[in-house]
Write a protein that binds this ligand. Structure first.
Ligand SMILES: *Cc1c(COP(=O)(O)O)cnc(C)c1O
Length: 343
């Protein structure tokens, strides 16, 4: 089945590979990591995940490297973030060791779906944690289901590493200060869908959200963090805000930027500062970096570099992180978790 996949033309879409893993939390303890194939869960109709949003998730990628080994990019960071998210919405998270065991197991089961080196594709993992106990009064679940799905994906944006136009969404907010914008709960995506869709209808593939209290500082794009390079090319700027999701891609790019000799500024970023940036990007696991050509804010329009080509520093950062992920550049920070050999 996997042999017939056109790896280079994979999009970012769900695919049933026939194997995923699951663990259940019952009577105060986590059970074993089990292998599953049925994509339908037997779930109680009154489960807290369905009614009250006790659901959170993660996303990470696994690569077949140049030297022939399979490795996951920073899964320990995803394990920790799932723990942080779960605690914020009063759920029981799987311990780090269980998370990593599930990652290793789902990759071993799906070895034939890890795209070969050189295709630009990867195996995407989707860990999910849901409250499964029935409650109709608002109450945290006593039981939880943790699963990790795996599927091969190509680059997120069909057009590749080319700049896109962004739109400042002020009609709808996605996250509130001290709310749940800084954790990866499923409901954040429902909250952002209307804003993202309304931007798309206006012809902008991606929306930028400002802090919802004052609409004067930059938060992040709908599903990816905001990063910018200053005019003189010496600084990497990214917002510090209580309603931004701490992106692992952003954290990694900040480390690489420092390696390159840039100074990294994590601080409130007024939207008016957009006129002082030479390059702007959106970053996240799925697309890694999406260069932004322009940002439309009301009747103002800011542009960055050229419409037909990504900026120099974003290109360097993108190549470096991808080089580490595909084992072409030394993993100097110990980010890759090896999980056996490519098939
Ligand atoms: C997941 C997510 C990101 C990207 O995080 P990565 O760890 O880099 O994949 C950015 N913003 C939001 C709102 C997210 O949910």
């Amino acid at each position: 089945m996997a042999r017939r996949i056109d790896w280079k033309n994979l999009g970012f879409a769900y695919k049933d590979t026939g194997a995923y893993v699951k663990a259940e939390y019952k009577n105060g303890a986590w059970g074993e990591v089990e292998v599953c194939s049925d994509p339908y869960l037997n779930l109680h109709v009154a489960a807290t995940c369905l009614h009250y949003g006790q659901a959170c998730f993660e996303g990470l990628k696994v690569f077949c490297g140049k030297e022939g080994s399979i490795a996951a990019f920073r899964p320990d960071e995803n394990a920790q973030r799932l723990i942080d998210t779960a605690h914020r919405v009063v759920m029981k998270p799987p311990p780090k060791e269980l998370f990593l065991e599930a990652v290793d197991k789902v990759v071993e089961l799906n070895r034939e779906f890890v795209p070969p080196y050189g295709t630009g594709a990867s195996l995407y993992l989707r860990p999910l944690l849901i409250g499964s106990s029935p409650h109709v009064g608002v109450h945290p679940s006593e039981e939880y289901i943790f699963l990790v799905l795996a599927m091969p994906v190509g680059p997120y944006y069909k057009d590749g590493f080319y700049p896109v136009k962004a739109y400042v969404q002020e009609e709808f907010d996605r996250a509130a200060p001290h709310g749940v914008g800084n954790v990866k709960v499923a409901g954040n995506y429902a909250a952002g869908m209307k804003g993202d869709m309304s931007g798309k209808e206006k012809g902008f593939p991606i929306c930028l959200y400002l802090d919802s209290a004052t609409h004067s500082y930059i938060d992040e794009f709908g599903t990816s963090n905001f990063l910018a390079i200053t005019d003189d090319g010496s600084r990497y700027v990214t917002p510090d805000s209580s309603s931004v999701l701490p992106s692992i891609t952003n954290k990694s790019l900040q480390r690489i930027a420092r390696d390159f000799g840039l100074s990294v500024e994590r601080r409130p970023v007024p939207v008016t500062e957009l006129e002082r940036f030479s390059e702007v990007g959106a970053c996240g696991t799925a697309a890694v970096i999406t260069p932004i050509y322009s940002i439309t804010h009301g009747d103002k329009n800011y542009t960055f570099g050229r419409e037909d080509r990504a900026g120099e520093m974003l290109t360097r950062l993108y190549k470096e992180i991808q080089g580490i992920q595909y084992g072409e550049i030394e993993d100097r920070h110990g980010w890759m978790r090896e999980i056996g050999a490519c098939r």
